[in-house]
Design a binder for this molecule. Structure first.
Ligand code: HEC
Length: 259
């Protein structure tokens, strides 16, 4: 499993801790808004919610800034990316609303600590946490949303292992940088492919490998699609070693010869 898959998996699951604890904090606030006792349990609950929320924020930022090929593709050409729903969602919308909801939750913490009595404290925690939760709920990529992700992500099983022994095996970097769009079998059906227009190239398409030169493929990988009049959604990879670019070019061309 790559670092990207691992963090994505954690980000998908910690969500449930955040939402569950958030809901518990809201219910707790509602129940005690009159009786007003700010108990050790209320304190623990509120702290756990914020800890889960902060962990989720860190995981999200690692994806956003380091690991996600979607945000990498977004920043290649933010202007063009704004027209692609999937890239706009993860490049701008999701992160903006989620950071806002984290801020709201923390403002609630600070404001509640300043409350003179328990009842006021509960009412403040209730109001701020509910607002934070509602914001969050609008920006999770739920399965029924235009940009959707699974409720319970399953760990994916290896990459390019299905390649026939005769074909050039893909270097590990294919799994971390390419498979998300082009698919583990190079068929252009990776998890991100659905939202992209044009779709990522299927390397398995009949005759594709013969129609393109080795130099062209290497250059598209290194310099990105935009440099060749192709879609800017095919991101450049200027940091890859020559050896990796060569190995990637060989392996993607070999997909079309695989059974
Ligand atoms: C964010 C999604 C995305 C990622 C990640 C991505 N690609 Fe692409 N790729 C595309 C899209 C979209 C196209 C189609 C461009 C077009 O047809 O205008 C494409 C096209 C290509 C082409 C075809 C060029 C041609 O002329 O037919 C090659 C080769 C390629 N990608 C290789 C790679 C490799 C190797 C990696 C990993 C290092 C990679 N891509 C990562 C989206 C992606």
């Amino acid at each position: 499993m790559s670092a990207h898959e691992l963090v994505l998996l954690l980000h998908s699951y910690v969500r449930w801790a955040v939402l569950g604890l958030g809901a518990a904090v809201v219910v707790d606030g509602l129940r005690h808004r009159r009786s007003g006792e700010w108990s050790a349990r209320s304190e623990r609950l509120h702290k756990s919610f914020l800890a889960a929320l902060d962990s989720q924020l860190v995981l999200g930022l690692v994806l956003y800034l380091v690991l996600s090929p979607i945000t990498r593709a977004f920043f290649v050409s933010p202007g063009a990316s704004m027209k692609v729903r999937e890239l706009r969602f993860f490049g701008i919308e999701h992160i903006t609303v989620m950071i806002a909801s984290v801020l709201v939750a923390h403002v609630g913490r600070v404001r509640s600590k300043r409350a003179g009595d328990g009842a006021t404290r509960h009412r403040r925690v209730f109001g701020w946490t509910l607002t934070s939760l509602v914001l969050m709920l609008t920006s999770v990529p739920w399965p029924f949303m235009p940009v959707s992700r699974p409720l319970l992500r399953a760990p994916s099983s290896g990459v390019a292992s299905s390649a026939s022994p005769a074909a050039a095996p893909c270097p590990p970097v294919f799994a971390t940088r390419c498979a998300s769009c082009h698919g583990t079998d190079g068929r252009g059906d990776g998890p991100l492919a659905g939202g992209l227009q044009p779709r990522p190239r299927s390397f398995a398409e009949q005759g594709w490998a013969r129609a393109v030169s080795d130099e062209h493929v290497r250059s598209v990988i290194r310099d990105g699609g935009a440099a060749h009049g192709l879609s800017p959604l095919m991101p450049p990879h200027p940091d890859l070693a020559e050896g990796d670019v060569d190995a990637l070019a060989r392996c993607v061309r070999a997909f079309s010869e695989r059974p």
